[in-house]
Design a protein around this ligand. Structure first.
Ligand code: AKB
Length: 319
């Protein structure tokens, strides 16, 4: 039987690109990219689906004979702090609806995106190990820890094949992220290509783990394709790409745009960033399902700038 894929939150930074990758792998007729609204640029024929409505979700999964769910809908760390209880409701209830629907309708595989935000001040910063204590400081982080534990519960109790990654900040050119603490590392490239001065909301020496979108998507597909017996962690796997601070990414971009300028105006996101790990230890993912990142800061910067030049109309496509 062919795989039939449901993506929730498909308009988001990860969903936009993951939908392309899944369509390429499984065919457009087998991939259902959904969100709560149709975006201005409708890349994948988005269908409207509010995962908070469990009945609608069940009908959708049943009607379309869904076999795999990628549940990406969530409110991120910085935005979540504006409305903590609403964030908890959305992040948790949607996830419980996905788990329950998957159990009832025998969905074969479920993907849950977790985050470095599950860690707080009690975890080691460099490197942060797979089993480090999870004592998050944000409501987003609290919801992700709870979500990981629910994933493991559904796996142990019902045999549901739920797999999960703790993503670092994702760097992509296809869309702007929204509401995260790591967003500066995408916005800085936009400012450089547009010839603007960049005002950074983190201090210059705030090191955070990041990952280029191609690595993030490949990790997701490789995890989901791995034989079941390889998957030993049923909460969530630490994932690493590249770690840097604002001054390092600025210096890298300045090598390409010597006129580029940055100023620093840290806001409430500084505290969130300081509570997170600086470097992730992803040796368990490497050992269990052969994960290996490909992008370092240099390679990522070149690719980001080449793509953004084309997207922002600064250059004709050579890609
Ligand atoms: C955020 O900054 O909230 C996200 C994340 C690290 O999960 N990018």
């Amino acid at each position: 039987m062919a795989e039939r894929i449901l993506i929730t939150g498909a308009n988001g930074q990860l969903g936009t690109v993951l939908a392309d990758a899944l369509i390429e792998k499984y065919g457009w007729e087998n991939v259902f990219a959904t969100d709560i609204r149709i975006p201005e640029i409708n890349r994948h024929a988005i269908s409207i689906l509010d995962v908070l409505d469990s009945q609608k979700l069940e009908e959708f999964v049943f009607d379309k004979q869904i076999t795999q769910i990628y549940h990406l809908a969530a409110i991120l760390s910085a935005k979540g702090e504006q409305e903590p209880l609403k964030t908890w409701d959305i992040n948790m209830q949607a996830w419980l609806n996905v788990l329950e629907t998957s159990r009832k309708l025998n969905v074969r595989k479920v993907f849950y995106p977790s985050s470095i935000a599950v860690f707080g001040d009690s975890a080691p910063k460099n490197p942060c190990t797979q089993t480090a204590q999870t004592e998050p400081t944000t409501v987003y982080g609290i919801s992700k820890v709870a979500g990981e534990n629910w994933a493991q519960y559904y796996h142990k109790r019902y045999g549901l094949d739920v797999r999960s990654l703790r993503y670092p900040g994702v760097i992509s050119y296809q869309s702007l992220p929204g509401g995260g603490t790591t967003d500066y590392a995408v916005e800085i490239y936009h400012a450089a290509v547009k010839g603007q001065v960049f005002e950074c909301f983190l201090e210059e020496n705030t090191t955070l783990p990041m990952i280029y979108i191609d690595d993030a998507i490949r990790a997701t597909l490789e995890l989901m394709d791995a034989p079941t017996e390889y998957i030993k962690i049923r909460t969530s796997y630490n994932l690493a790409g590249v770690s840097f601070d604002p001054s390092e990414i600025y210096e890298r971009i300045k090598a390409i745009y010597p006129e580029f300028q940055i100023t620093f105006k840290p806001d409430f996101r500084q505290k969130i960033a300081e509570s997170w790990p600086q470097v992730m230890d992803d040796s368990t993912a490497k050992a269990d399902w052969n994960w290996m990142p490909e992008y370092d800061l240099n390679k990522m910067t070149s690719v980001m700038i080449e793509h953004l030049k084309v997207m922002l109309g600064k250059e004709k496509s050579v890609i």
